[in-house]
Design a protein around this ligand. Structure first.
Ligand code: HOZ
Length: 442
């Protein structure tokens, strides 16, 4: 393996000082719990700027970024075309509260790339998209129960906060106080990749289930890949029982291909949610599906949903500029090849250091689990030695590599990462694994 990796150049003094002040006015010093580094320790990052594959902290340290704003920045930070589109739109006005042609343009780019989304509604966050899709499913089917999967995360609306992944998994919050028990009881959790369990809840709640909501590739309990025909099987069960399938593509939409990852698995969901990448790094999300279903949303139908900043022109401009670049031939193949090189190298590094581990990877998503045996669901993911993950994270950060600050998240490779970046990351991982291995031997 290559030579020792450089350590961060500067003490994170200024970052520390900013964070301490932030703690006085921002809850936990952050605006989203996943930024708080609670399970990995150390001080949260304070970022001053980003460029391409790098972030620069308040002390001027350069970090090779695999968080990529939780997957949104597939084109890297401060992408010139996106920045220019935002600046140009800012000069024309930032919010009108009425329709612009930009909304039509972004909707057209999305529906052309994902033809089974016949109609779409833009919202401002993934939470709004999933919450609204569930409301629509309940409104259309006139049923109340929903099925979700343990360890999947669909944002922070009340119905999704039991046995959820991402920050709830990180912080160990299995059930969230504040969610009324009668509402929580309408969410039925089953293990991911287990069609038998889905069949069972459908027979226990016959005719009462409105929808199944699923991450087509689970990325909020770490990466967990769906088994062959899991998603197809889900749709079959839904159809048989008069329920709708909602595929939550807030992370996977436009991440593995120029469109929906459902094409990889031969599924066309009734409703699909999108976010992150479609906003080019500005807050946008959406839900959409067959016209006959979407026409039940107000003003055409009675299922109400609204938003002052929905379809915001700055966000639409950024999304259009992003999606136009994602049509470049070969782009996704290149990103996938780099991610595969990363995953294969990480596996080799674990083996060489004699550390029990698994690397789950697909497309440009990857997670290292410190556990033996395949990780196919949340129970498996929770077996991972999260203390080891924390050690790994800190050793990598010390070497200027920013991975997800939790076991229960994904690493994202972007279009601006290079083969040299991957090699540098693997060299750092090699060192980190050796440190972990030597500590376990003590
Ligand atoms: N889906 C993201 C984490 N898995 C959301 C980021 C956040 O919660 O701030």
């Amino acid at each position: 393996m290559s030579t020792a990796q450089p350590r961060l150049k500067r003490e994170r003094k200024r970052s520390r000082e900013i964070f301490e002040r932030a703690e006085n006015v921002l809850v936990g010093g952050v605006n989203s719990p996943v930024r708080a580094f609670k399970s990995v320790g150390g001080e949260p990052l304070i970022i001053e700027r980003g460029s391409g594959q790098y972030l620069y902290d308040a002390d001027g340290n350069e970090l090779l970024d695999y968080v990529c704003s939780w997957g949104a920045m597939i084109l890297g930070h401060a992408n010139p075309a996106i920045s220019e589109a935002i600046a140009e739109q800012a000069r024309r006005g930032t919010s009108f509260g009425v329709t612009t042609e930009l909304e039509l343009e972004l909707a057209t780019l999305i529906t052309r790339a994902i033809p089974f989304i016949e109609k779409i509604r833009f919202v401002s966050s993934g939470t709004e998209a999933t919450m609204s899709a569930v409301r629509l499913a309940r409104g259309v089917t006139k049923q109340d129960f929903i099925v979700k999967f343990e360890g999947c995360y669909h944002g922070h609306a009340d119905s999704f906060l039991s046995q959820a992944g991402s920050g709830l998994a990180t912080l160990g919050i299995a059930e969230c106080p504040g969610v009324p028990a009668p509402l929580a009881a309408l969410t039925l959790n089953v293990p991911y990749n287990n069609l038998g369990a889905v069949e069972r809840v459908f027979s226990q709640h016959k005719g009462k289930i409105a929808a199944v909501i699923v991450e087509p590739i689970a990325a909020n309990m770490g990466v967990v890949v769906p088994e062959t025909d899991f998603l197809k099987g889900l749709h079959e069960i839904c159809k048989k029982n008069g329920a709708l399938l909602i595929v939550d593509e807030v992370i996977t939409g436009f991440r593995l291909r120029n469109g929906s990852v459902q094409d990889n698995f031969g599924v066309e969901a009734d409703l699909t949610t999108l976010g992150k990448i479609i906003g080019g790094g500005v807050p946008v999300a959406a839900y959409g599906g067959r016209a006959e279903l979407m026409d039940q949303v107000a003003p055409l139908g009675p299922v109400y949903q609204a938003g002052t900043l929905a379809g915001n022109p700055l966000a639409m401009s950024a999304g259009i500029a992003a999606l136009k670049q994602l049509t470049k031939p070969g782009l996704y193949d290149e990103i996938t090849q780099m991610a595969q090189r990363l995953a294969v190298g990480l596996c080799a590094g674990l083996a060489e250091a004699g550390i029990p581990g698994e690397v789950n990877a697909i497309g440009s998503l990857a997670t290292v689990f410190f556990t033996l045996g395949p990780v196919k669901n949340y129970a498996n993911a929770k077996r991972s030695d999260t203390k080891r993950y924390a050690r790994f994270f800190r050793e990598m950060l010390d070497r200027g590599i920013f991975l997800a600050p939790s076991q229960f998240e994904a690493a994202f490779v972007s279009a601006v990462h290079t083969p040299q970046d991957i090699d540098r990351t693997l060299a750092a991982a090699h060192e980190a694994f050796q440190v972990i291995s030597s500590e376990s031997a003590d």
